[in-house]
Design a protein around this ligand. Structure first.
Ligand SMILES: [Zn+2]
Length: 277
């Protein structure tokens, strides 16, 4: 089984015009399930319209599992998201994008949503940006995550930027694990590849896995999930590249760690356990 733990669809987004069918076509039969959110929530639709659309898509295409996009920058309170979570168990987590919202990840405006995540026992997927970003730096996300230590918070893409930015995000993950300060996860989309070029070596991804495999508290690789962020980025907009990306991951994990179980966990089991799929 393979789960893509970070995908999107959405009409007229800054990254392109993506129908759910287009996303499904790129992923093809190799992917059994994908954790999906509607990009329209970041640009054009309010929380209700964006997420009702997502709900309908998830019902039509059961392969797509829904995250509710939250708009703490615009919404008056968390009541819309609360009622969606109460009515529709199809929503298995929340999606937050501090960079697009231009709302620093440690802002108090996130608190009501994180309290919902706590109450409904669901994870929050954050876009985690450059370590120097004043909106989506993993340091800011970590600050907030520490206020809600029992809420699983996923650093989507780990962090953007160069090796040094990844290293700092990995330090943050290790600190949260070894000092029991927060429940942080990471997905590996874009860690090594750029929007126009696929990495063949996955150096920083392997470094992340190695570090979490050897924490002071033991193997914490269950906190890492494979993901593509498709169809965002040129490399995710052709089936051929999408598959190549997936195959490079499989090959590199087996070459480097020689561990089939680890590969299966990263590709599926970790997401199954986190999202209770
Ligand atoms: Zn995303």
């Amino acid at each position: 089984m393979i789960i893509d733990s970070h995908v999107h669809y959405g009409a007229n987004s800054p990254w392109g015009d993506f129908s759910p069918e287009y996303l499904l076509e790129i992923m093809g039969e190799e992917i059994d399930c994908a954790i999906c959110s509607n990009l329209e929530g970041l640009y054009s639709k309010n929380e209700y319209d964006c997420n009702m659309d997502m709900l309908n898509v998830a019902r039509k295409y059961p392969k797509l599992k829904a995250l509710a996009v939250c708009e703490p920058n615009l919404a008056e309170d968390e009541s819309v998201i609360r009622s969606l979570l109460e009515k529709y168990p199809e929503f298995i987590g929340l999606k937050l994008h501090p960079e697009c919202m231009k709302l620093p990840a440690d802002s108090e405006k996130y608190d009501k949503y994180l309290r919902l995540a706590q109450e409904f026992k669901i994870p929050c997927l954050y876009h985690s940006g450059h370590i120097k970003s004043r909106f989506s730096s993993p340091e800011l996300i970590y600050k907030k995550a520490k206020e809600f230590p029992d809420v699983p918070i996923i650093l989507g893409h780990l962090s953007t930027g160069p090796r040094s930015s990844h290293e700092r995000a990995i330090e943050i993950l290790l600190d949260s694990i070894e000092n029991d300060t927060a429940t942080l996860y990471a997905d590996i989309s874009w860690i090594d590849s750029s929007f126009t070029e696929l990495s063949e070596t996955l150096d920083d991804t392997l470094y992340l896995i190695e570090k979490l495999k050897n924490t002071k508290k033991g193997d914490y690789t269950h906190r890492i999930m494979w993901a593509s962020d498709a169809p965002v980025g040129e490399m995710n907009q052709k089936r051929e590249f999408y598959l190549k990306n997936l195959n490079i991951f499989k090959t590199r994990i087996l070459e480097y760690f020689g561990d089939e179980d680890l590969l299966e966990n990263l590709l599926a089991n970790n997401a199954v356990n986190l999202y209770k799929l």
